[in-house]
Design a protein. Sequence first.
Length: 389
Amino acid sequence: MSDIVSRPLALYIHWPFCLKKCPYCDFNSHVRASIDQEAWRAALIQELKTYATLTGYNSVSSVFFGGGTPSLMPPETVAAVLNIIRELWPVADNVEITLEANPTSVEAGRFAALAKAGVNRVSLGIQSLDNSALKFLGREHDTAQSLIALQAAREHFPRYSFDLIYAYAGQSLAQWDETLSQALSMAGGHLSLYQLTLEPQTAFSARAARGEILTVSDELAADMYLLTQNKTAQSGLPAYEISNHAASGQESRHNLAYWQYESFIGVGAGAHGRYLDHAGRCIASIGHKSPELWLQQVQQQGHGQAETTIIDTRTAQREALLMGLRMTQGINLSSWQNKFEQDLICSLSNTRLEELAQEGLIAAIDTHLRVTLAGALKLNAVLDYLLKE
Ligand SMILES: C[S@@+](CC[C@H](N)C(=O)[O-])C[C@H]1O[C@@H](n2cnc3c(N)ncnc32)[C@H](O)[C@@H]1O
Ligand code: SF4
């Protein structure tokens, strides 16, 4: 793969704690009565220092504080993490520093301090603009709090986004249409709109296994998805990825790094990374999921990695295809050539590509390989077919 120092680096920092576990969520998030804030601050700093010795990059392009609920982090911890990043790596002048926030009043009250610490983009988990849906989703906030948090986000950060979940049981197409209109009228340059999925090992999947209906039918979910695509595009926030919408230039640079298969380091409990080591090998890493074990490992050995694997080129290409076809613009063929020193189209079955094109699932190939809207609705099947041995 291409020269390590000419590639940008995205840094993901995981905060694994929440006030309450939401019934649909399978992220690595935990509820704890108390947190030793000093120990956590020191451990995040230590793991960043360790990563800096394992890799060499010439510029950090983005930092993303994800969770869990990173808006519960003490702003001094966020500031300390950003300070050490600046000491360890050169940081791009236009670095994007995002923090995920829940819209409770306590967290909105921290926005000024988080902005002062260096955060320049906030992603708010509003989830719904309907109080009964928020209750169904087990959220701690109501719509009035969301609107206050949104106003605070506008005041304190140059960029903001918010998340909504749709296609939950009982929601009609007309209701989603109304919610979308409201959301678009309040949006900045970016929105994340997720269909409710029943993730294994969650309270919702256990309830579904007992026969409860928690999502809408597949047909209605597809109609909601198509409505979402049309409405957001008409309002100037077209999809740039399956669930993400932005005005031109307002895309999340950090998430684009994942989808464009750029290097990223994941710091914290359960965080994933894909980065090049000093020998130019692509490393997949994952941190211990248990917050306590991760903390203990960092204290004892300087990092909390549970597993690191060297990824061969073929595996890396499969991952890059899986990620890249999520983007509306698809995979840039010349970037692929630069990264892998191989032609993407030649490495795939031309017969299968032609079949998928005839079925209207992939678009005519020019500078990019991309799926059509019909292909996006069946993305997993398209990928399975393209990657079948
Ligand atoms: C890391 S999570 C949550 C961040 C923050 N703690 C919050 O709850 O707002 C990021 C986003 O993923 C989405 N999400 C999580 N689980 C989901 C599920 N099962 N179905 C659909 N969207 C989901 C939610 O919109 C959530 O805001
Ligand atoms: S959705 Fe957010 S607040 Fe809820 S458990 Fe998951 S990470 Fe925590």
